[in-house]
Structures are given as structure tokens and as C-alpha cells.
Design a binder for this molecule. Structure first.
Ligand SMILES: Nc1ncnc2c1ncn2[C@@H]1O[C@H](COP(=O)(O)OP(=O)(O)O)[C@@H](O)[C@H]1O
Ligand SMILES: [Mg+2]
Length: 259
């Protein structure tokens, strides 16, 4: 596998709260990497740092040989990194389909569109087909004409994934994609993510559902108070004392229930 993303020594403090402490890890092409850790350990902040939503204090992030850690979020998206949010908010007046279309990064061509030139219409038609396909994949076809804000929390998560995929990312980062998703849909979502990874997309997934993580990931990294304390196969987690300590506090023995 080829090295795709390199995070080197990322640190971030909010006031006196040192949330990320020299975080270093790599992501390979086509890899599905689990990002684990107890609440407040810095997982979402790490995704925010990589995607440019939070400026880091020190450290570097590179995609291939391109430094992205000083770039604004829209340039990072153009560099091939898309992400979803832990608590997705959707515009009140747009339909599901409209929201996905807005996430298309292709330029329809203002003048082409205004003058109804074939190139503008063609690009829009292609985006529409792509959006329809993504809504189908993410089981949202039935709600495509409803206001996006009316979706359930789980459906909003799926819509967030559809939007992220409109830009054909090389790397997709998901912040707790399973939270709020109906149990019947979870297996299908796992299969969809596996299919994506087979097409060459690399994934970083923050998730507390260990069954989901074990079914998808060959490797997990575990954050504890801003430090990476483990990088291993998910089956190894329960035997790793640092992971047990992260979840249960030092000295605890009831580790099987946590991981
Ligand atoms: N924008 C922010 N301003 C101040 N503190 C923040 C901000 N974002 C996150 N934090 C703090 O960083 C810590 C880690 O938060 P977070 O990355 O959301 O953890 P996790 O996703 O692992 O639950 C928490 O103490 C949180 O309060
Ligand atoms: Mg979080």
C-alpha cells in the first residue's frame, strides 16, 4: 500500500487545555483506519485539524507530497480530503437533493448556466446523476425531495456522507457515522464503506461501535487525552493496557466490556 496522508507532531491547545499532544500517524491508500478514544480525548479536534477547521499550533499534515496544514478548508477539500460532522446541521429550506447538489465541487460555469449553454447544462446533468446515485447508495432516495432539516439524526449523517462524496475525495473522514443510524441500516452502511474503500478511497472513522470498527478496520489508533497510546489491529485493543487505562482509568481490570 502507498502512503497517502502523514500527520506529524500535531499539537493544539484551547487556552490552557492542551487537547492534541504531538499526534503522529500515517494513512495508507485504501486503508480504513479507526480513530478511537474516550469522550473528550481529542478525536473530533484531530479531524478538525486535518480538515483545516481548526488551526494547529505546531506540526505538519501532508497528502502525498503536498503540505495542507496551513490551507483553508475549501482548499483541503480540493486536495482530496472530505469529512463529515459529529452533529450535522442541515439548511431548513433546502431539499435533500438540493443539499447534495450544492456539495458538488465542479464548476457548472456561471455564464454557461445563465445562457443555458450546453456545457453548463451537461455538467449540471452529470452532477444530478451523481447525486442521485449517491442518494441511492446511502438509502436516501425516498426522502430526496423532503427538506433536509426534517431528516432524522441518522439520515442527516448519511446525507453528510453523500455530500462528502460529491467531491470524489481520496480520503474520507467520518465523525461517529453510526450514532443515530437505525440498527437495520448499520450493516448496509458498513458494506457501503467497504465498497468505497475497494474503489481506492481511504477512510478515517471515529466510532464507538466496536462491532462496526471490527468489521471494517485492519488498524485502529487510540487517543487518550491528546496522545496516541495505541496503533493496532482492533482485535489487539482489549489486550493493550494503555487502551484499557484510557477507557477505564489506571488499574481497572474490567476491560473486555469497554473494547
Ligand atoms: N472550539 C473549542 N474551543 C475550546 N475547547 C474545545 C474546542 N473544541 C474542542 N475543545 C475541547 O477539546 C477537548 C477534546 O474535544 P473533542 O475533540 O471534541 O473530543 P472527542 O471528539 O474525542 O470527544 C474537550 O476538552 C473539548 O472541550
Ligand atoms: Mg467527538
Amino acid at each position: 500500500m502507498t502512503h497517502l496522508l502523514s500527520v506529524n507532531g500535531i499539537s493544539k491547545a484551547f487556552g490552557g487545555n492542551q487537547v492534541l499532544k504531538s499526534v503522529t500517524f500515517d494513512l495508507q491508500k485504501g486503508e480504513i483506519l479507526g480513530l478511537l478514544g474516550p469522550n473528550g480525548s481529542g478525536k473530533s479536534t484531530l479531524l478538525n485539524a486535518i480538515s483545516g477547521f481548526t488551526a494547529v499550533d505546531s506540526g505538519t499534515v501532508t497528502v502525498g507530497d503536498k503540505r495542507i496544514d496551513k490551507m483553508p478548508p475549501h482548499k483541503i477539500i480540493s486536495a482530496g480530503i472530505a469529512r463529515t460532522f459529529q452533529l450535522p446541521a442541515m439548511p431548513a429550506k433546502m431539499t435533500v437533493m438540493e443539499v447534495v447538489m450544492t456539495a458538488g465541487t465542479r464548476h457548472h460555469g456561471l455564464w454557461d448556466g445563465l445562457l443555458s449553454l450546453p456545457s453548463g447544462r451537461q455538467a449540471e446533468k452529470e452532477d444530478h446523476q451523481k447525486a442521485s446515485g449517491l442518494l441511492e447508495t446511502l438509502l436516501l432516495t425516498k426522502v430526496r425531495d423532503l427538506p433536509a432539516a426534517a431528516l432524522s439524526g441518522g439520515q442527516k449523517k448519511l446525507l453528510g456522507i453523500a455530500c462528502a462524496l460529491m467531491g470524489d475525495p481520496a480520503i474520507l473522514m467520518l465523525d461517529e457515522p453510526m450514532a443515530g443510524v437505525h440498527p437495520n441500516l448499520r450493516q448496509e452502511l458498513a458494506e457501503t464503506l467497504k465498497t468505497l474503500s475497494r474503489t481506492g478511497i481511504s477512510l478515517i472513522i471515529i466510532e464507538h461501535d466496536m462491532h462496526f470498527i471490527k468489521s471494517l478496520c485492519e488498524r485502529c489508533i487510540v487517543l487518550d487525552r491528546g496522545h496516541i497510546v495505541a496503533s493496532c489491529h482492533p482485535d489487539e485493543l482489549s489486550k493493550n493496557q494503555d487502551v484499557v487505562d484510557a477507557y477505564l482509568g489506571r488499574g481497572s481490570r474490567a476491560l473486555k466490556e469497554a473494547v
